[in-house]
Ligand binder design. Structure first.
Ligand code: PLP
Length: 413
């Protein structure tokens, strides 16, 4: 358990009181040797599991050569190979990459790129999205009021348009309703020729793992084409195999102009990237954006090793199979308890939504206290449990977590 934290900020909310000494695969281990099954992957970032030997070795090797090599000053030998690898695996047309450190930083940078590339100043984000906690990223986020409270005024030039209600029984009608709402924003709040980009998560994360409907994404792409608006896909949580595809947008039948990548790209090592088309990047004025840690060599080594692991035969298949196993088992649990309202997800980005935040929290607490299984709450109303284990999770580990959940449902009902 964590000791006193007299000198640490109190600003972080905490899901557990664990003090971890190390991690192996899907487990984290405390100083007393107690093991916990981590179904959070540290906010979805530890894609290859904790301390994957190939990623750890790549980091150690790189750290032994050079830790910091600032990209404006000189370049190192991992930059080109990583950009080439990303060009291979990102959606068609994406061929040019910018490297930063965190998701919110990269989401903000993607908007700066879109502003230079279009000469326009405004962006539209969608109701319930989460794009980060820095001021502009926060202005684009509306998953929870607490994230914004006390931080205003937030930057202007961000407009929030409706997102289809996932609980509507008529999804087609719901998609049309949300698109009509977007059109209304374009006719009443900001003219389409002044909008640089739509920013959207292919699976809405923090609002509670809600897959963006294909028809909605197609509607956005259609409006992008019609009005010269860029489509920015924030894949910082959904990318790198998390949904059973390398990128979640692959299942949605549209091509982004800019893609934001982080978290799973480097197994959680602080690294993030933007991918775009060369022609758009050429409009991003040289010298107008950068950062001291941009293209950090250890982060690039971690990303290269991570992608190599993700591309190993059977790796992504495991995500699909384990995701199906998890969703099927959780849907069976719905027979046990009517309070478990919804089970949804893509690959290993799965949500179980209860009828109250108290019940969801009681289930999470029981899993942790009685079964050493770590789960986390998500969602606007805090009644959703998110399941985002490392992508290397095994059939037995999924069974173990589901069995803890089943016991929690019985104990807390
Ligand atoms: C889609 C999305 N964008 C941005 C962020 C911000 O990420 P970070 O806190 O790593 O900067 C998150 C965090 O969960 C996210 O899910």
């Amino acid at each position: 358990m964590a000791g006193t934290a007299a000198h640490l900020s109190n600003v972080w909310a905490t899901a557990t009181n664990l003090e971890i000494e190390r991690g192996v695969g899907c487990r984290v281990i405390d100083a007393n040797g107690h093991e916990y099954l981590d179904f959070t992957a540290g906010l979805g970032a530890a894609s290859t599991g904790h301390a994957h030997p190939k990623v750890t070795a790549a980091i150690a090797e790189q750290a032994g050569r050079i830790i910091h090599s600032q990209i404006n000053v000189y370049r190192h030998d991992k930059l080109e190979p990583l950009a080439n690898k990303l060009a291979e695996i990102t959606p068609e047309g994406i061929d040019t990459f910018y490297f930063g450190s965190t998701s919110d930083e990269i989401v903000e940078a993607s908007v700066k790129l879109a502003k230079h590339a279009t000469g326009r100043r405004n962006v539209i984000a969608f109701d319930g999205a989460f794009h980060g906690r820095t001021h502009y990223a926060l202005a684009m986020s509306s998953s929870r009021a607490i994230d914004r409270a006390g931080y205003g005024p937030l930057p202007g030039s961000v407009f929030i348009a409706p997102f289809p209600d996932p609980h509507s029984s008529d999804q087609e009608r719901e998609v049309s309703r949300a698109l009509r709402g977007l059109d209304r924003v374009l006719s009443t709040q900001v003219a389409s020729e002044q909008v640089a980009a739509f920013v959207i998560e292919p699976v809405i994360g923090e609002r509670g793992y809600i897959p963006t409907p294909k028809g909605f994404m197609e509607g956005l792409a259609h409006r992008c084409e019609e009005h010269g608006i860029l489509l920015i896909a924030d894949e910082t949580q959904s990318g790198f195999g998390r949904t059973g595809k390398m990128f979640a947008i692959e299942a949605l039948g549209v091509q982004p102009d800019i893609i934001c990548m982080a978290k799973g790209i480097s197994s959680g090592f602080p690294f993030a990237a933007i991918g775009t088309r060369r022609a758009l990047d050429e409009q991003w004025v040289t010298g107008s954006h950068s950062g001291s840690s941009n293209g950090n060599p250890i982060a690039c080594a971690a990303a290269l090793a991570t992608i190599e692991v993700l591309q190993e035969p059977g790796f992504i298949d495991n995500v699909k199979e384990r995701g199906d196993q998890l969703i099927d088992a959780l849907r069976e649990m719905q027979q046990l308890d009517q309070a478990l309202l919804h089970v949804r997800g893509r690959g290993l980005m799965v949500a179980t939504e209860f009828d109250s935040p108290e019940r969801a929290q009681a289930v999470v607490d029981h899993c942790f206290q009685e079964h050493n299984v770590i789960l986390m709450i998500a969602g606007t109303f805090r009644r959703t449990i998110r399941w985002s284990p490392p992508l290397i999770v095994t059939q037995a580990e999924v069974d173990e977590a589901v069995s803890a959940f089943s016991s929690a449902i019985r104990a807390t009902g």
